[in-house]
Ligand binder design. Structure first.
Ligand SMILES: [Zn+2]
Length: 275
């Protein structure tokens, strides 16, 4: 928290704004969050459980503190984008594919948390029976297939161990993250493992989206995160085709799939606008 304080101080100095002018500070947290109580329930990728985050933050920062799940915050940001038409899209679902596969749901402009503050966790639907262990403790979650670890594992099993692979150096580092730019470059060079990875991500992401449409049939699904940056615009076209072909309603489902409008800034926008 002290580290965040120093970064905040530095930023305020840089933009020449005195701290008295700041009203509130928002935190976007990768885990289940009770925003009213300011408590984190569980944050699997950080190894946190039952953390009274807001009260810790209030001891360090002089501003009002708002906390929320990171994907809820990102969706909240997207809801405020000028391109968002809430009347045409009363039910909006956001999927952000990065380290994890995060999901969030908004109905009539309100984030739906659910009674356990875990609504929308599409990354933890099981897609492989007895699959790899997930950070949440279960096995075979969607996140284990196409989240950061899933991508690493897939590339290692598909030629990434070879010295010729464009991913060789980065895969040798433990816990390293394959950047979207590296995948983009490998695809441009027609690297076979990157081509296979694109197919793999299409397969599993569409599986998640089709289940989501069958359960909720949202008006709009916003897609963001590193995976969307890694693949070219035809990725979204292919995803739309598979989803249209394999959901039971076909095109009558009328769920639109679009890219996140704020991209990497969605979470920041949402945290800044948190009420
Ligand atoms: Zn999981």
């Amino acid at each position: 928290m002290q580290q965040i304080r120093s970064v905040a101080d530095e930023l305020l100095r840089e933009i020449h704004i005195p701290e008295q002018k700041i009203q509130k500070m928002g935190f976007a947290i990768p885990g289940t969050v009770n925003p009213e109580k300011g408590v984190i329930g569980v944050a699997p990728n950080l190894g946190w459980r039952e953390v009274p985050f807001a009260s810790i933050a209030r001891d360090i920062f002089p501003w009002q503190i708002r906390i929320g799940n990171d994907v809820n915050m990102a969706l909240w940001g997207e809801l405020h984008h000028p391109a968002m038409d809430m009347d045409a899209h009363p039910m909006v679902y956001g999927i952000f594919c990065g380290t994890g596969i995060g999901g969030a749901l908004a109905i009539n402009g309100h984030i739906w948390n659910g009674p356990g503050f875990g609504a929308g966790e599409i990354g933890h639907i099981r897609v492989v029976e007895n699959g790899e262990k997930c950070g949440c403790g279960n096995r075979g979650c969607l996140e284990t297939m196409i989240g950061k670890e899933g991508v690493r594992r897939f590339l290692l099993a598909n030629g990434g161990e070879s010295r010729k692979s464009p991913f060789y150096e980065i895969l040798r580092e433990k816990d390293s993250r394959i950047k979207a730019s590296a995948i983009k470059k490998a695809l441009a060079g027609k690297d076979p493992s990157a081509v296979k990875l694109r197919k793999h991500c299409l397969k599993y992401l569409s599986t998640g989206i089709i289940s989501l449409i069958h359960i909720m049939n949202p008006n709009l699904i916003l897609l963001g995160g590193g995976m969307m940056d890694a693949f070219d615009e035809t990725f979204l076209d292919h995803l739309r085709e598979i989803v249209k072909r394999d959901n039971i309603m076909g095109e009558n489902a009328r769920t639109e799939l679009v890219l996140s409008r704020y991209g990497d800034h969605a979470g920041v926008m949402g945290a800044a606008l948190a009420e």
